[in-house]
Design a protein. Structure first.
Length: 434
RNA sequence: GCGAACGUGGUGAAGUGGUUAACACAUCUGGCUGUGAACCAGACACUCGUGGGUUCGAUUCCCAUCGUUCGCCCCA
């Protein structure tokens, strides 16, 4: 029986792997432009980290975590998100000790959620994200939003909708939650079973419900904006105004609540409207949190975070063709010709590689017809033909596969000649692309 | 967790209750012993996802199961 990948996991190979690389590099570059530093944390964490941070009432904790007991009887979980791990590291390493805020971290790596796979949804997927911890200011909230915005810009994605909302501070939310509870209690018997459950656990989640008949009821529910404290209202106004003056377009969406319990104040999501109409859900999202650091055992510090789903970005970039195609290539394809000694050919191949040029050779003697096909498949710039004559005369025959020009070069001159030739070829390719 | 569609070579994809399962692309071999993208001739399905049932006979019909894809929920 053939062994297949685990459901919801996926292999990324060849050209797709280079797509991932390019996109990840672009994201990292933006994070570094904003002066964030990379944090790498383990994929495995104590389950408690997530029950305490992401929250018992969230779907993620309730039904989507890969949780198991290790041989020592500890309950461990494959991380379903990485914010909690970043905060844990900050707390464990007391990075807050020197009071130099904000602490800025970016991360990139796999996360795991046990869900039904579908378009743009995997059980193991990659998240790229940032956290800025310790500075309580709308400036840093806006920075996170702007950073995400510029990530999408860097990937040349147009048609992005930025949705933002505020959940207010604890006081606002408590008042609002109570108001919602009072309102929905009158309607709950007419609502879907999920909402009945949500009312008990976290009435804010009801706002996110997509059931048609429930939406009618939700329409006239109390609004967060009527329950905001002065401070929260002021903070949100500042956030919105700053976004405006930065020229970042957004829609205020009062139904945006997000599925992780730790958020407060501003929350946001980036949505992409594809030309083909396919929806992938949010490409990324994030928000501000005020209790998370102390819940994980640190001092009372606030933070703001943002994360993107790398698979979704790759998928959107591919379907929109927003980045130019990139084909991998080798500079040289080395061909043993006639009855040459393969060992001699390999020595030359090795030498070319030591010069630092991507080089592949045919490790067997094959008809030239076949070898040229292989060279073409690898997008080789030059064929390097090595037969008995070349070995005897200590030369190489180089064929430019684009122009068909062929020259014989003395081994001693190789490095110099080849540098020049490669330069010319790359110039020519550039020209063509324009 | 709920709902739908689909599972035939490396890939794309026809097809049928009956003995050789189309076609195309890719690959390999030769025509062509050191110069290829063309052409010609060959090669390539010991389980038609897996298990069971109906039948004289099943890749085809039925059931189950697994898997893939898509939708709901939720999110990235």
């Amino acid at each position: 029986m053939e062994i297949k990948p685990v459901k919801g996991a996926h292999d990324v190979i060849r050209d797709e792997a280079s797509d991932y690389n390019r996109i990840e590099e672009a994201l990292i570059r933006i994070a570094e432009v904003y002066a964030y530093e990379e944090f790498r944390t383990p994929v495995l964490e104590h389950t408690e980290l997530f029950t305490r941070s992401v929250g018992d009432s969230s779907d993620i904790v309730r039904k989507e975590m890969y949780t198991f007991l290790d041989k020592g009887g500890r309950s461990l979980t494959l991380r379903p998100e990485v914010t909690a791990s970043i905060i844990r590291t900050i707390v464990n390493n007391k990075l807050y000790a020197n009071q130099d805020f904000p602490i800025k971290a970016y991360y990139l790596g796999p996360v795991f959620r046990y869900e039904r796979p579908q378009a743009g949804r995997y059980r193991q997927f990659s998240q790229f994200g940032i956290e800025a911890v310790g500075l309580d200011s709308p400036l840093i909230d806006v920075e996170a939003i702007a950073l995400g915005y510029n990530c999408l810009k860097a990937l040349k994605l147009e048609d992005i909708t930025l949705k933002i909302n505020t959940l207010g501070d604890e006081e606002s939310r408590n008042n609002y939650r109570e108001a919602l509870r009072r309102y929905f209690e009158g309607h709950i018997t007419n609502m879907c079973p999920d909402c009945q459950e949500r009312l008990k656990l976290n009435p804010l989640r009801i706002l996110d419900c997509k059931v048609e008949s429930d939406r009618e009821i939700i329409k006239s529910a109390p609004r967060i904006h009527d329950y905001l404290s002065i401070a929260s209202k002021d903070r949100f106004d500042k956030t919105v105004n700053l976004l405006d003056s930065l020229g970042i377009k957004f829609d205020i969406d009062e139904s945006l609540v997000r599925g992780l319990d730790y958020y407060s104040e501003v929350v946001f999501e980036y949505h992409f409207i594809s030309s083909s109409g396919q929806t992938l859900g949010a490409l990324g999202g994030g928000g501000h949190y005020s209790e998370l650091v102390s819940e994980i055992g640190g001092p009372s510090l606030v933070g703001v975070g943002l994360s993107f789903g790398v698979e979704r970005l790759v998928q959107v970039v591919a379907s929109e063709k927003s980045l130019p195609d990139y084909a991998s290539f080798v500079t040289f394809y080395v061909m043993p010709v006639g009855n040459v000694e393969l060992e001699k050919v390999y020595e030359i191949n090795e030498k070319l590689r030591r010069f630092g040029y991507p080089t592949e050779m045919s490790y067997e003697i094959k008809p030239l017809k076949t070898l040229f096909k292989k060279a073409e498949r690898r997008n080789a710039l030059f064929a390097v033909l090595i037969g008995e004559d070349e070995i005897k005369n200590d030369t190489l025959t180089l064929k430019n596969l684009r122009t068909q020009e062929q020259t014989t070069v003395a081994m001693g001159d190789i490095e110099r000649v080849v540098d020049q030739m490669i330069y010319e070829v790359l110039q020519a390719i550039d020209e063509e692309e324009k």
